[in-house]
Ligand binder design. Sequence first.
Ligand code: SF4
Length: 216
Amino acid sequence: MLPDLLQQMGFVAADRPTVGVSACLTGNPVRHDGGHRRHALVQDELAGLVRLVEVCPEVAVGLPVPRPPIQVVEIEGARRVRHVTAPRQDLTEALADQARAVGPALSGFVVKSRSPSCGLGTTPVHDEQGRPFALGDGAFAGTLARHHPHLPMANDSDLDAPLFTQAFLLRVFCHHHWRTHGADGLATLRARSGRLDEPLLSGTRRFLDRLAGVRH
Ligand code: SF4
């Protein structure tokens, strides 16, 4: 049980980290086709443990619902996000700006896999003829990951693995503790992490070591 795991680490329910989430995962009908991709674990479990902040980068940059689809295209080595049917319309920088704006307030982000905006390492990358040839990042998620390399991030599809979800949630709460208590709080977390079983113990300690190396 996720609440038991957090209690084991001494995290209190009232002190909730702020976690961004792709808005379509909460059941918000903001997808290009007017639908959503409600994710049961996000809504039924994570929403009770953290403070979820919904973000739809495509709506935030002014695109309507429904809207024409967009895709990641590699052009002379650079990956751009463009409309499928109107390739001159390039959204890459606008989507990246959204990531720069929301990142500093967060202790984690759950993104929608395979999206040209939100996917992280799961998004089809197309050649200039529109043929998919690789997987990469969406413009929003990739920028968030590059600008905030210590921010815990997960694709919705990653959360299908219970162990991944446990490790992700521990990193989110450790990140929040670090943001609110500073580097001094890390020693406390390192001591408490001894209560965890492997492989969560080693994974959490590696993450704490990474945070210790960041200027706060
Ligand atoms: S841009 Fe992101 S949040 Fe918005 S519909 Fe697409 S995947 Fe969902």
